[in-house]
Ligand binder design. Structure first.
Ligand SMILES: NC(=O)c1ccc[n+]([C@@H]2O[C@H](COP(=O)([O-])OP(=O)(O)OC[C@H]3O[C@@H](n4cnc5c(N)ncnc54)[C@H](O)[C@@H]3O)[C@@H](O)[C@H]2O)c1
Length: 319
């Protein structure tokens, strides 16, 4: 997509940091905006900011972990704009740091709930609506470079972001036939307010095994003051979306670390000479299974399956 005029962008976490940067860049490009965020005051400020600039903007107070509320937000969006979004940004996220072995269930539930559950809810809510609208579009989920490798001090965050990356790899393939692009933004440091994430932690998930106090928050603020400007990040994101890139990682300093990490993984695989016959049988079995899955999908719903529409073969029912 390169023409954004009159297109609608729904941005979670749109009141701050990376989400606000996306809102500014895509509003400049011509989009109308729905900004959804759990924090009321920054949301009101963002509303005022965009309204003053003549942008058609609607804000929704939303906790992305609340499925019923997410559904209501989608209905509200369609009521206000008459359409589901063509651009969905799953950007809201939280982090907290501490020894993984000290984690409480509440640490898991909060961090996984927002960073993974919130993304799942965004996809479950909007993907069927975007498909039904038939206008194509693009979805960008913000994960993290942390999602490519575990960390003893950010284990839950990394696990949630790893799952978000994997999900977007799957959706990237699945939504292609509908003209919906899918990308996963994997930032390193962003100049944002994520050091304040602890203030959005719900009371029923407050019990933590980590040390979180003014000092830890101040040291995080210091790190993020050196991060990439959110609008710069959003401009990289926009360019990558236009190239239909799956991974968006505009941080050159991450390249060597990721090269080493993926080389470790690939180098741990046995060479083909270790078991050529076993490998051949396993590959063949998988190929046969994939073929039979494709055939049964086609037979079950030839008209509704978009892959059958682009196939040159006639579906079996009409043969
Ligand atoms: N800051 C970084 O260095 C960094 C690095 C890699 C990835 N990220 C990711 O970037 C994304 C944006 O974060 P940011 O750095 O701009 O932080 P930020 O705190 O400035 O913005 C995140 C926004 O998400 C909102 N939010 C939090 N929980 C929510 C919930 N349950 N429902 C709705 N909104 C909620 C917050 O209120 C906030 O406005 C996150 O997914 C984060 O994990 C950040």
């Amino acid at each position: 997509m390169t023409d954004y005029h009159g297109k609608l962008a729904f941005i979670t976490g749109g009141a701050s940091g990376a989400g606000l940067g996306q809102a500014k860049v895509f509003a400049d490009a011509g989009c109308d905006l729905v900004l959804a965020d759990v924090r009321a005051q920054p949301l009101a400020q963002a509303h005022e900011y965009f309204t003053r600039r003549g942008v058609r903007v609607h804000t929704i107070s939303l906790d992305i972990t609340d499925r019923a509320a997410y559904l209501r937000a989608a209905d509200e969006t369609e009521k206000v704009f008459g359409t589901p979004p063509q651009l969905l940004f799953n950007t809201a996220g939280v982090n907290t740091f501490g020894a993984v072995e000290k984690s409480t269930y509440e640490d898991f539930d909060w961090v996984m709930g927002v960073n993974l559950g919130g993304v799942v809810n965004g996809m479950q809510t909007f993907v069927p609506r975007m498909i039904a609208a038939g206008k194509g579009g693009h979805i960008v989920t913000t994960a993290s470079v942390g999602g490519f490798q575990g960390s003893a001090l950010a284990a839950i965050y990394c696990a949630a972001k790893a799952a978000a990356i994997s999900l977007m790899e799957s959706y990237h393939m699945a939504l292609q036939p509908y003209g919906i692009g899918v990308s996963v933004l994997c930032p390193a440091n962003i100049k944002s307010n994520i050091a304040e994430a602890t203030f959005t932690r719900p009371a029923h998930l407050a019990k933590t095994g980590y040390v979180v106090n003014e000092q830890t928050i101040a040291s995080l603020r210091q790190i993020h003051s050196h991060g990439m400007d959110p609008e710069e990040l959003a401009r990289h994101t926009k360019a990558a979306m236009e190239a239909n890139q799956l991974y968006i990682i505009p941080y050159p300093e991450e390249k060597e670390r990721l090269e080493r990490h993926f080389a470790d993984i690939v180098n741990s695989i046995l060479p083909m000479s270790a078991d050529p016959e076993g490998a051949r049988k396993r590959v063949e079995a998988l190929a046969n299974w994939s073929k039979s899955m494709a055939e049964s999908r086609k037979a079950a719903r030839p008209a509704a399956d978009p892959t059958s529409a682009i196939s040159t073969e006639k579906p079996p029912s009409s043969a």
